[in-house]
Design a protein around this ligand. Sequence first.
Ligand code: GZL
Length: 317
Amino acid sequence: MTIKATLLASALIFSPLAATAADLTIGFSQIGSESGWRAAETTVTKQEAEARGINLKFADAQQKQENQISALRSFIAQGVDAILVAPVVATGWDEVLEEAQDSDIPVILLDRTVDAPDNLYLTAVTSDLVHEGSVAGQWLVDDVAGADCRIVELQGTTGSSPAIDRKAGFEKAIAGHENLEIVRSQTGDFTRSQGKVVMESFLKAEGGKNICALYAHNDDMAVGAIQAIKEAGLKPGEDIRIVAIDAVPDAHLAIANGEMNATIELTPNMAGPALDALAAYLADGTTPPKWIQTESRLYTAADDNQAIYETKKGLGY
Ligand code: GZL
């Protein structure tokens, strides 16, 4: 039996009045394609929607909140059945979320959260962003084993929940370890190009020999920084330890090559749990928890990163 027929059959069992997934039209406001992880999330979201026979209306915001808000208003005007949104920054969403609520259109947040009352969205599917930062910080605490370590930090997009929370988590983990100090911290906007440019400025300001470690809020900024470190005549992963987050294929490759030390995995499949929660809600009113947490996992040189790279590189990154 096809997926569509199965969904139809199951929907008829539960509630003949409920829209089946096969009938659903869902608007998806995506931030952009700033990183390999974001590209993978887009690929997987489209795959998850297709597998459910959902008509997905996709809008790329080129990392601009105003474009996302316009997209949400367009989805509302079209009368979509639901909205998925990965909010580029945490603030400024109340009004448009109220408009969606007034139109009885459920909204689900993907991979980032918003500073808005949680009755304005059905659920948020995200990792524990603070925990990710803490895992990165704890890895560095353990790796330096008491030695002095001057750290530079590449922050994610200013005002985004991952930039805020990953910074907080890292600082929590290194607090009380007087040998660890963040000496430079600046946004690289989650991109490789900006990660390289900002790392070049760190190296120039501090002197490469005075930098012990880089903490980057995502792997793409770390990969850009690796280029800058090499161009400065230093060995990334040796002269400067590098820990980041996402576990994209190129991070595994860098670790396999000894040019990076650790990454924390973020699944690109936020849409699967989101669409499952939405289907249950539409079928019989099952209200999901306000937070559906995805797993995080640390990868280091102890893992078979070459094999993981080979597996992941074909998955839409
Ligand atoms: C985090 C996600 C971040 C990724 C980056 O949940 O929002 O956005 O870590 C991406 O790669 O830019």
